[in-house]
Design a binder for this molecule. Structure first.
Ligand code: MN
Length: 400
């Protein structure tokens, strides 16, 4: 079957073909923030399309949350209607009047982040970190294949792509073992995939693996900036704290699950079989290819498809004790790394904790990030009709 023709031009290689229709929040020149969808190199003002209706009111604010809360039936309705409008003649003048060039608008944090959880779901990443820090022991700790290890992060420091990241100060172990306070010397990135919750759940009622798509709306790219020296000194015995909560960047476009149907793939074999509350008939992940650039240089191509724990298992585990979901909850995969050295999603792995600095094309080298460095993560997945679904990018520049 041939896909219906989209009359809005979509340049070759655009991350935003008709089959994507990601959601974000933008301000047109001189205007207030509102919800839009990206199509080609333009953004369509959805609040104008549904103006005068309750849906339009929910699309007129500065976050996606009220739309996210509406749930899967309405998400499907809006997506279906947008596809009709962008391929048909009905209301074409209204649509044309509310398209803005992407390079003329300001993009905002797409949703108000309720809670933020970060996991550790990539086996290659967990294995690399185990080898770096416990070279004489088993790389994976005994719990790792039984539950998705994770921690609660800081929702208030989640920022949209493009936000500058200030190098954090903190306590780290000094050369003689005594702590010193000062700017981190080991500023790192973590290339991750984040999932955005739309529909809340009730306290005390776990969300089973099969209910994933009743609650989760879509996915974003995440750069979970990390200060390794601060983290190493503070994390025992309670886990990550200030070294991981100063900034977490997300891409401005939330790609709906509906756009990722063709990217579904089985996760790698799980052995031993997960306990019943994590048992998914066919655990599925996404064939999502990430790329990490430091300045102009591609330094890694992490394959999300190799991630051990599935998105539904992460959600089931997160709620298995009865924790309720709220609209705007963000939970991320943890650093995505593949088995190959050039597929590692953090500098601590790429440079083996600084032992093997990266050589950059300009002749400089990096063990960790320098002030002025810009890190950009992009992501692509296979979409319907043979097209590629782009996530756009999450980028950030380090300032001292
Ligand atoms: Mn992380």
């Amino acid at each position: 079957m041939t896909a219906a023709h989209c009359w809005v031009p979509v340049p070759d290689g655009s991350p935003f073909p008709l089959q994507n229709l990601p959601y974000g929040v933008f301000s047109p020149p001189g205007g207030a923030p509102r919800v839009g969808t990206a199509i080609g190199d333009q953004v369509l003002d959805l609040s104008a399309i549904w103006a005068g209706t309750p849906l339009g009111a929910d699309l007129a604010g500065g976050s996606l949350n009220r739309f996210l809360r509406r749930g899967p039936r309405e998400w499907a309705y809006v997506r279906g209607r947008l596809t009709e409008l962008l391929t048909g003649t009905e209301q074409r003048r209204l649509v044309e009047a509310n398209l803005y060039p992407l390079d003329r608008v300001r993009l905002h944090l797409p949703f108000e982040v309720a809670d933020y959880v970060d996991f550790y779901a990539s086996e290659a990443h967990a294995t690399n970190l185990g080898r770096i820090f416990r070279p004489d022991g088993e790389p994976l700790l005994p719990n790792w294949r039984h539950l998705p290890v994770g921690y609660h992060g800081r929702a208030g420091t989640v920022v949209v792509s493009g936000t500058r990241v200030r190098r954090p100060a903190g306590q780290r172990r000094g050369p003689d073992g005594a702590p010193v306070f000062g700017p981190t010397r080991q500023l790192d990135i973590e290339a991750e995939v984040g999932f955005v919750v739309g529909v809340p759940s009730a306290p005390g009622e776990p969300v089973p693996v099969g209910a994933f798509s009743d609650h989760v709306f879509g996915a974003v790219l995440v750069n979970d900036w990390s200060a390794r020296d601060i983290q190493a000194w503070e994390y025992q015995p309670l886990g990550p704290f200030l070294g991981k909560s100063f900034a977490t960047s997300v891409s401005p476009w939330v790609v709906p699950l509906a756009a990722l149907e063709h990217a579904r793939i089985a996760v790698p074999p799980q052995d031993p079989a997960p306990l019943p509350h994590l048992a998914e008939q066919q655990p599925w992940g996404l064939d999502l290819a990430l790329e990490v650039r430091l300045g102009d240089a591609v330094v890694s191509r992490p394959p999300y498809r190799e991630t051990y724990w599935s998105p539904a298992q992460l959600l089931a585990h997160l709620t298995s004790g009865g924790a309720a979901l709220r609209t705007g909850d963000l939970y991320a995969s943890g650093t995505v790394s593949g088995r190959l050295p050039d597929q590692r999603g953090s500098l601590i792995e790429l440079t083996w904790n600084g032992r093997d600095p990266l050589r950059l094309p300009d002749g400089s080298s990096r063990a960790f990030l320098a002030d002025g460095d810009t890190v950009t993560i992009t992501g692509w997945a296979p979409g319907a009709d043979g097209v590629r679904i782009g996530f756009g990018e999450v980028t950030g520049t380090v300032v001292g």
